[in-house]
Design a protein around this ligand. Structure first.
Ligand code: AMP
Length: 398
């Protein structure tokens, strides 16, 4: 995909009211933000706009309030944290209606370089329906729209897509640019060997990713719960492991396609299994691919971890989405740790799709060793599926 959208650097923002859609969908515990990664991700765009003398109006969703003003999902803690992180006052427009006469008045009184944060856009039921009225209300606050919320770029909502229909200029911010640079270059123009590692619970969630990446990679590595459907398709016994019977044929097709294309398709050659799905289950290493009755595969085995690490180590571009096992249980996290470690030693570009693999990499302490960790789980998956993201498509062409 050629990137041909305007960015914040392509436009004049001084004195302009700029509505910036950020991804402030942060984890909260007892009203406190427990992970500020997404706020840090938004800093470059906000800082740039402030420095250039724009009037910066920030907006985002938080959680799923389903069209109701749920106080526990207010963006108030985000305004406070952002003020601290930016060293600038972020005025919180605490209006459950998100846009109102009161908010319009506050915006009209803004000076260049001022920052206002609107309330959770999903307090409005129209937001996720991409309704015209709320899109127009949002647009009425601003002269220019900036989308910097990669995490919701795969959703056509009022604050990501609808609003662009009522403003002449809509551009992307630095975070979206960075995401597209790393994900885009990895997929479209990889330095080879290009290795993709896919794991996680279900084949269903990754069907289109597998199909799309098979056309591009040199090696495709499969782990996690989805591996057992492939092993079953290969005729191995899988005990009581996770399996999607209705995807066994698909799995066979994919393996045949890989063979026809000369793509190395790696499946586990041993496993760590247990007789129950539990953190305190006794881990047992299997001899080979087969899993005895009464046992379920909860992680790749040591031979597989070594084989996968070796395949990763010769890669020059590596993309990873989905853990190799139930990494949340310490006894079954070894495979995921081995892959994270192998990636962190690679002399090349390493990209982590968002969601669980990003959480795993950060949680296991390998975060700063990767070239790029995507901030968008669903969005990065759709990107890897080869889909166009509506929040990016809606922006103004160069
Ligand atoms: P996903 O959201 O599809 O990336 O899946 C991530 C989830 O898959 C994590 O919560 C893992 O615990 C789970 N998972 C990984 N491997 C297995 C497995 N062998 N059996 C059951 N769940 C697994």
């Amino acid at each position: 995909m050629k990137f041909n959208k305007k960015t914040v650097e392509d436009i004049e923002v001084k004195g302009k009211k700029v509505l910036v859609r950020c991804d402030f969908n942060v984890p909260l515990k007892d009203g406190e933000i427990t992970d500020t990664n997404r706020l840090s991700g938004a800093m470059p765009t906000i800082n740039y706009l402030v420095k250039k003398g724009a009037k910066v109006i920030l907006c985002s969703h938080l959680g799923k309030p389903s069209g109701e003003a749920k106080p526990e999902l207010s963006l108030a803690p985000v305004a406070k944290k952002l003020s601290e992180m930016l060293g600038e006052v972020v005025v919180f427009a605490a209006d459950p209606n998100v846009v109102s006469d009161k908010v319009r008045l506050a915006v009209s009184e803004m000076q260049n370089g001022d920052i206002i944060l609107l309330e959770n856009t999903r307090y409005r039921k129209e937001e996720t329906k991409n309704s015209e009225n709320f899109s127009k209300e949002l647009a009425s606050l601003a002269d220019i729209f900036v989308n910097d919320a990669f995490g919701t770029a795969h959703r056509a909502h009022c604050s990501t897509v609808g609003v662009t229909q009522f403003l002449e200029t809509s551009v992307c911010g630095y975070l979206i640019q960075k995401e597209l640079k790393f994900l885009g270059e990895a997929v479209e123009n990889p330095v080879r060997p290009f290795v993709a590692i896919l794991g996680g619970a279900k084949v269903t969630d990754k069907i289109d990713v597998i199909a799309n990446l098979l056309e591009k990679v040199d090696t495709l590595i499969i782990g996690g719960g989805m591996a057992y459907t492939f092993l079953k398709a290969g005729g191995y016994s899988i005990g009581s492991s996770l399996v999607e019977e209705d995807k066994v044929e698909y799995a066979k097709d994919m393996m045949q396609r890989a063979q026809a294309k000369g793509v190395k398709f790696l499946l586990p050659v041993d496993h760590i299994v247990a007789d129950k799905f539990s953190a305190d289950a006794e881990p047992v290493v299997t001899e080979n691919q087969n899993i005895p009755d009464g046992y379920m595969g909860l992680d790749i085995g040591p031979k597989t971890a070594a084989m996968y690490s070796a395949a990763i180590s010769i890669g020059k571009t590596i993309i990873w989405n989905g853990p190799m096992g139930v990494f949340e249980f310490a006894n079954f996290a070894k495979g995921t740790i081995a892959v994270a470690k192998a990636m962190s030693d690679v002399d090349g570009t390493t990209v982590i799709g968002g969601g669980d693999s990003a959480a795993a990499v950060n949680q296991l302490g390998f975060g700063d060793k990767m070239t790029h960790i995507s901030t968008g789980g669903g969005a990065s998956l759709e990107f890897l599926e080869g889909k166009l993201l509506p929040g990016i498509e809606a922006l103004t062409d160069k």
